[in-house]
Write a protein of this length. Structure first.
Lengths: 383, 367
């Protein structure tokens, strides 16, 4: 990939993303990272992370210019040390008492919205394109507003469920009322998921900036309900079909084989037929979600486009998982590179005029704390 | 002459240009009207594979180029330093990459095989006994609520076993906090386990399996071995260390919980668990040999325990209500099961307990 002169006339042009990383190159970087991380008892991991991100950002081109990751390893190391301490406290508390763990978990849950905001800010402010920084408005108040309702419902569910445990045997009528409440709560949580995901995505998108310009999201709540309706509907159909297949197959097999071998055979049949369904569900949501977010981002007059395909993603996940499993992780670099290449190949920006009109703003100092803690507790915050 | 793009840092405007430098190290651009800058005030990104290089100018402007060789040459002339491209050197030389692969495999193996178990053992031994007193508090209560029922053993039988237990403890150091509990197992079936705070729980089903109290004693000793060696504490520390290891190596938290690492992690963890079971077995065996208890009692109870999980055992329990008949049926089930235990199965690698035949043989051969 070399540099091309972009067209200057003020018409709409589709600029494709292009990922130029190579599996062999990244393998070398990755294995050196892992070796140095082990030899330094984990300290190098901060440098490793920066180098990895630099490799993936800088190999991603749009309109001939690359992206740049500018976080400093020391920032990340500080964040990791604090996150490690929290992680240790969490583990240590599990040794002492269940209540202690619950309290620590509760405090962490309360801080999740703040972590999300800090993490987004850290990541975006360390992302640069054409020497203009991305940015994120640190609106904590709005973040808590977005997260509060689902947290209340889930909390209510946990409390009612705990209540049910303690009085289950004593009063049948009360038990009935409680189980109905639990059902209603569970159902509303289930129905709330698309709305919640939409609100979080909207929050993240609308507080993201490139230079002084705000992103906006054109996806609607209807899109999100549609994604879930189709995803759940089709997977239920597939599982129903699976049930029929298993119901037909098992008597056929059991009549021909000795009954003793059945114990092994039934799980095998279920795995063989259920895995593709599981894979489909996973790939479907990943694909649609990415398309909904990235395919509906607008900044000034420019539109981001994403056209991931479920089939291609299924194949990608299947081959990646098998390759990583059978090489005990040695193929992970290959898997990461080809995933990045595929995603870049189906993403583009519909540019109105040209991309040279963004105005840079002053960068602020950003702590790595949010991002690293967020990472430790496994939240997908990707942008 | 290096060709690339110039970005002024005020807007996202991109200008194609060529960078030129003279012998004194002054840099200027063709086609762009900016004052010349000396290379000492420029920050040049270090090389990373074939990704573009970024030259940061003091006024906030940036020059981006894919001509890595030309930038390397510029750096070599004006900013010679040992540190230049050390990492790139490691990452691009085959010998270092191969060395890294060996380091990762060797140290990874050493760490998993010896490092983490040893570390956990040291930490567990360092912590005061009181530490594990609090551990797992409430675990028995939770099990009582969900699975166990009150024991159906007679008070006499209970007292008899408690006496046996305290006699055994007389020869174990620091065993004041060990406690014996009985429960009706129900779904837990015939089983015994040790809680980190020293409470050892037997199910009625296991007591009923035993033909004499020495068989029960051999299991009590096995469980006492778990408590003595702080196994609960150690396995918690091991799990934590292992999670950290996977996280650090993969550079990614989600990997430690993803399907990709699930199987290797399960293998490692069951390996750790099997090691601890063997340790508890050894504790029991050593004690028995030292105090003249025939190890064959452990063999006898283990064979019955194994058989109790088989289908034919369940059939016995359902079919014959009379105790005598049931005992015969059970003996038959044990014999049947004995014949089917052979060699190492694939499932052994995933099991939390070592291969039953091996465990039994260890006791049978010890005389």
């Amino acid at each position: 990939m070399g540099y091309d002169d972009s067209a200057i006339e003020k018409t709409n042009i589709t600029e494709n993303f292009d990922f130029t990383g190579k599996a062999s190159e990244y393998f070398s970087i990755w294995i050196v990272n892992v070796a140095l991380t082990i030899l330094t008892l984990g300290i190098y991991s901060a440098w490793a992370k920066v180098r990895t991100n630099q490799y993936f950002y800088s190999n991603t081109y749009l309109d001939g210019a690359s992206f740049r990751y500018t976080a400093r390893p020391i920032q990340i190391l500080k964040g990791r040390i604090i996150a490690f301490a929290i992680f240790m406290a969490y583990y240590a508390s599990s040794l002492v008492s269940v209540q202690m763990t619950m309290i620590i978990l509760g405090v962490i849950m309360l801080l999740v919205p703040a972590f999300v905001v800090m993490s987004m800010a850290f990541r975006l402010r360390n992302s640069v394109y054409r020497n203009v920084r991305f940015n994120f408005d640190k609106n904590f108040k709005q973040a808590y507003k977005v997260f509060i309702i689902p947290v209340i419902f889930i909390g209510a569910y946990l409390i009612v469920a705990a209540q049910m445990q303690s009085i289950a045997t004593e009063n049948p009528q009360e038990t009935l009322i409680l189980s109905i409440t639990v059902m209603i709560l569970l159902l509303s949580i289930f129905l709330m998921v698309p709305w919640w995901e939409y609100m979080i995505t909207l929050f993240k998108a609308e507080h993201s900036k490139f230079g002084g310009a705000n992103f906006s999201l054109t996806a609607t709540l209807k899109n999100y309900f549609g994604m879930y309706a189709k995803g759940y509907g089709l997977s239920m159909l597939m599982f129903a079909g699976l049930g029929i297949i298993v119901a037909v197959l098992i008597p056929m097999i059991s009549s021909s084989e000795a009954p003793d071998s059945m114990g092994v055979f039934i799980p095998v049949v279920i795995i063989v037929f259920a895995l593709p369904v599981y894979l489909w569900v996973f790939a479907y949501f990943q694909t649609k979600r990415t398309n909904l977010v990235y395919g509906n981002l607008v900044i000034q007059e420019h539109k981001v486009q994403a056209e991931l395909k479920v089939g291609a993603m299924m194949l990608l996940y299947l081959t990646n998982t098998l390759a990583i499993m059978f090489t005990l992780g040695l193929m992970m670099p290959w898997a990461k590179v080809r995933t990045a290449r595929y995603k870049a190949s189906v993403m583009s920006v519909l540019v109105a005029g040209d991309l040279g009109q963004f105005v840079s703003t002053q960068a602020e100092h950003q702590s790595a704390l949010g991002e690293e803690i967020g990472e430790m507790f496994d939240m997908d915050l990707g942008f | 002459m290096i060709s690339g793009f110039y970005f002024d840092g005020k807007t996202s405007d991109k200008k194609r240009c060529t960078l030129q430098y003279d012998e004194q190290g002054y840099i200027r651009f063709t086609d762009i009207d900016v004052a010349r800058v000396h290379i000492d005030s420029i920050q040049i990104s270090s090389r990373l594979a074939n990704t573009p290089r970024y030259l940061n100018f003091p006024d906030g402007s940036l020059f981006e180029t894919t001509d890595n060789d030309a930038v390397d040459k510029l750096v070599a002339i004006f900013k010679p330093s040992f540190l230049n491209g050390v990492l790139h050197g490691l990452e691009s030389a085959k010998i270092w990459v191969i060395t890294s692969v060996s380091v990762v495999i060797l140290f990874g193996w050493l760490l998993i095989q010896y490092g983490i178990p040893h570390f956990s053992k040291e930490v567990a031994n360092m912590l005061p006994t009181e530490a594990s007193q609090y551990m797992g508090q409430g675990v028995l209560e939770i099990m009582d609520e969900n699975w166990f029922k009150e024991t159906k053993l007679s008070i006499n039988k209970q007292d008899e076993l408690r006496l046996l237990f305290s006699q055994l403890l007389d020869n174990i150091e620091d065993s004041n906090h060990y406690k014996l509990e009985f429960r009706f197992g129900g779904p837990i079936q015939a089983n015994a386990f040790a809680l980190p705070n020293g409470t050892i729980v037997f199910t009625d089903e296991l007591i009923n399996l035993a033909e004499n109290n020495l068989e029960i004693a051999s299991i009590m000793l096995h469980e006492a071995g778990h408590v003595k060696h702080h196994h609960s504490l150690r396995s918690t520390i091991q799990q934590f260390s292992l999670a950290m290891f996977v996280m650090v190596v993969s550079g990614d938290v989600s990997t430690s919980s993803s399907i990709v690492s699930a199987i290797p992690l399960m293998l490692v963890e069951s390996g750790y668990s099997q090691k601890m079971e063997s340790e508890a077995d050894s504790f029991s065996l050593d004690y028995m040999l030292k105090h003249n208890i025939n190890p064959i009692h452990f063999v006898a109870i283990m064979e019955k325990l194994e058989a109790s999980y088989s289908d034919s055992y369940d059939d016995c329990m359902e079919d014959s209500k009379e105790d005598l008949k049931q005992n015969d049926c059970l003996k038959e089930a044990v014999e049947k099961k004995k014949k089917s235990i052979d060699g190492k199965n694939l499932t052994d690698y995933f099991s939390t307990h070592p291969n039953m035949q091996k465990r039994i043989d260890k006791f049978r051969k010890a005389k």
